[in-house]
Design a protein around this ligand. Structure first.
Ligand code: ATP
Ligand code: MG
Length: 671
């Protein structure tokens, strides 16, 4: 791409950020305002105008998915495999491996089963969940909190220590000691060791800093103090630093991230230039309205650049299975010839929630992104190829070239191959892509380096490029976008998550919901289930407390659309309120007559209001507006027809079926 086209289509502030020269630069702006776009364009533009050697760029982010997104976008801008774009952990690991190789040090084993390690260390402690202990250990590490400081720091941060704080401090200490003794390192050690190497050896630091002399960080609100130390070590005295972030999307505080590092950036960097982006390019005004409500009306509202789209919907399902089935049906219905599956994503708060959804999608014949250990990495053909690449030592590039040639040859003969062979080739192709990703972050790639990277950093992150609906957690979806997004399981206990207790933790959960909502470009479907099975135990569920605000926002947006015609609006809102009070303005003789449908809807709304009042829940918990409209449209006359109406699940049918049929029957008679 030429310099001009890289500046094409940027707004004034984006342009300023892309072309800024001299001094550190920070862009702080809302979701979908083009932060990542500016970051990738700036890299590409500087390369094209000859200001930057792409091999000297280090672009950092925090999740593997986000790193993959960065690489994809850079490739689209014409930068192939040159720029180092990865996570802090990934880059630190490759740096260390290189250093160890140079110095003839046998690399320590990476501790990937921390849970087991810590439970052994704890001994039998009934009632104490080792995972909670692990997250305290990790939090302390991320915050650079020593065992001695832990009790006070934890108290100040409002942590609930799973063990008495002094005991946990002792465990943190023993954990570090035990790792040293067994000569294993965990992921956080990678960061600390990489930083230490730079601090103790100025010549080495100068070489590394020369290699990574243009620094970029996406999603800077999620940096933790340990990562920040490493960033400082990489940076040295250089002012060639560009960071982008959004404090309203800070979602890793629980794990030790410190969004203040973004907020106070200019205090630490008095020379920094700050650029704010206020235009949103991702989402329709309707989705932005919902996003604003999800944040509790806080945060600057952005100007929407997209045209109107459908209103977000809220669906209450009787059970998690109904919800999963409902989403699968909606996904199938939205699939058209020119809309690939990959345009749709289902996002949830916890990994476990993905299981019933994935099952329902598979049952409905919807392809999903293969996740975790069951992906292509686990297949025998990929394991075999990985062994070959791993053994290639310093000749990884040759081995990879050979693999790519074989793949290209196989691809040219697809017509003659059996389906199973095609699938095997696709799996190996996924490995090849992963290996190319590895090449981007390791300047002197080797077979063992690839093996270490694939099995530690990239494990569970390999997926085939086939067209599929993406399933992800809110955390995993950060920085990504899809035309159609389903946010499922919006229930108390998930949104906010049950272990969030302090005001700060609850605020973080709210930001997480904002991250979820702002992934949607055009269509947003929110849902929850009144019953959910955990193991074999079904449990009653309540809607997320945020759904009330979202519902209210959706209603406001709905009214906004009608506001062009205030008479209609008055008429409709009168019906909606079910009141007979005179309108505040004189009604002209042209006021549209109410239709029979309006009357049925008003009757249903009045019924719903009474029911909601009696049960002390928001109205949409009884039935959403969408369901009421579906009832008016279909006018079900018996239980079977009622059950077939979208939004009427088994529980609702049982509870309200007779009343509703009565009400609808009366309405029909009076028509
Ligand atoms: P997030 O905070 O969610 O990571 P972001 O600020 O990084 O969001 P981007 O992902 O860079 O936002 O941009 C959102 C979408 O808007 C992308 O599809 C991007 O290509 C598009 N976009 C950004 N700026 C413009 C523009 N000036 N013109 C057209 N499209 C744009
Ligand atoms: Mg982004």
């Amino acid at each position: 791409m030429d310099a001009e086209s890289l500046l094409d289509g940027l707004n004034e502030r984006q342009y300023a950020a892309v072309t800024h020269t001299g001094g550190p630069l920070v862009v702080m702006a809302g979701a979908g305002s083009g932060k990542t776009r500016v970051l990738t364009r700036r890299i590409a533009h500087r390369v094209v105008i000859g200001d930057t050697d792409p091999r000297r760029v280090l672009a950092l982010t925090f999740t593997r998915k986000a790193a993959a997104e960065l690489r994809t976008r850079l490739r689209h801008l014409g930068l192939r495999d040159d720029v180092v774009a990865g996570t802090f952990h990934g880059v630190a690991l490759t740096q260390l491996r290189q250093r160890w190789a140079e110095r003839g040090i046998t690399p320590p084993a990476i501790l990937d089963r921390k849970y087991r390690f810590v439970s052994q260390l704890m001994g039998r402690r009934p009632g104490v969940e080792p995972l909670d202990v692990v997250s305290e250990i990790e939090w302390a590490r991320a915050r650079l909190v020593s065992p001695e400081q832990y009790p006070v720091a934890a108290e100040l941060a409002g942590r609930t220590s799973p063990l008495p704080p002094a005991e946990l401090a002792e465990l943190i200490h023993r954990f570090a000691q035990e790792k040293r003794q067994r000569r294993v390192v965990d992921f956080d050690d990678l960061l600390a060791l990489a930083a230490r190497d730079l601090l103790v050896d100025p010549d080495y630091a100068a070489a590394v800093r020369w290699r990574h002399r243009h620094l970029y960080v996406d999603e800077f609100q999620d940096v933790n103090p340990l990562q920040h130390e490493l960033l400082k070590a990489w940076r040295g005295q250089s002012s060639d630093l560009f960071v982008v972030g959004d404090p309203n999307q800070a979602i890793y505080g629980w794990n030790g991230a410190d969004p203040n590092l973004l907020r106070t950036f200019t205090r630490r960097e008095p020379d920094a230039t700050v650029i704010d982006l206020t235009d949103n390019y991702r989402s329709t005004p309707q989705i932005l309205g919902a996003a604003f409500a999800a944040l509790g009306g806080r945060g600057g509202q952005m100007t929407a650049n997209r045209s109107d789209g459908p209103l977000p919907t809220i669906t209450a399902y009787a059970s998690d299975h109904d919800e999963a089935r409902g989403i699968a049906e909606a996904i199938r219905a939205a699939k058209t010839v020119d809309r690939p599956w990959a345009d749709q994503a289902v996002l949830v708060r916890t990994n476990a929630q993905l299981v019933p959804i994935e099952q329902a999608l598979v049952t409905a014949g919807v392809p999903t992104r293969v996740r975790g250990g069951s992906g292509p990495l686990a297949t025998p053909e990929v394991k075999a190829e990985l062994r070959v690449l791993g053994r290639s030592g310093g000749n990884l590039l040759d081995a990879l070239r050979e693999l790519d040639e074989n793949l290209a040859l196989a691809a040219s003969k697809t017509d003659d191959l059996a389906a199973a062979d095609i699938e095997r080739n696709q799996n190996v192709d996924a490995l090849s892509r992963l290996a190319h990703d590895y090449l981007t972050i390791d300047p002197s790639p080797t077979g063992p380096g690839l093996l270490a990277w694939v099995t530690t950093i990239a494990a569970g992150d390999v997926h085939l490029d086939h067209d599929a609906v993406e399933l992800a957690t809110f955390h995993g979806a950060k920085g990504l976008e899809w035309p159609i997004v389903y946010l499922a399981g919006l229930e108390q206990g998930f949104v906010p998550i049950s272990h969030a207790r302090t005001a700060e933790q609850i605020a973080e959960e709210q930001r997480l919901l904002y991250v979820g909502v702002t992934r949607a470009e055009h269509t947003l479907s929110l849902s929850w289930a009144a019953e959910r099975t955990f193991g074999t135990r079904p449990a009653k569920r309540q809607p997320s407390p945020h759904l009330g605000a979202l519902q209210a926002a959706i209603q406001r947006l709905d009214r906004g659309r009608w506001s062009v015609d205030w008479q209609t609006q008055v008429s409709r809102s009168r019906h909606a309120l079910g009141t007979e009070t005179a309108p505040t303005r004189p009604v002209t003789p042209f006021e549209p007559a109410t239709t029979p449908e309006d009357q049925v809807l008003a009757a249903l709304q009045a019924w719903r209001r009474n029911r909601a009042r009696a049960a002390d829940v928001p109205a949409f918990v009884i039935f959403t507006d969408q369901t009421l409209r579906a009832l008016v449209q279909r006018m079900p006359a018996n239980r079977a027809q009622l059950a077939a109406t979208p939004g009427v699940g088994a529980v609702k049918l049982d509870r309200y079926g007779d009343e509703l049929l009565d009400l609808l029957r009366q309405s029909t008679r009076s028509r």
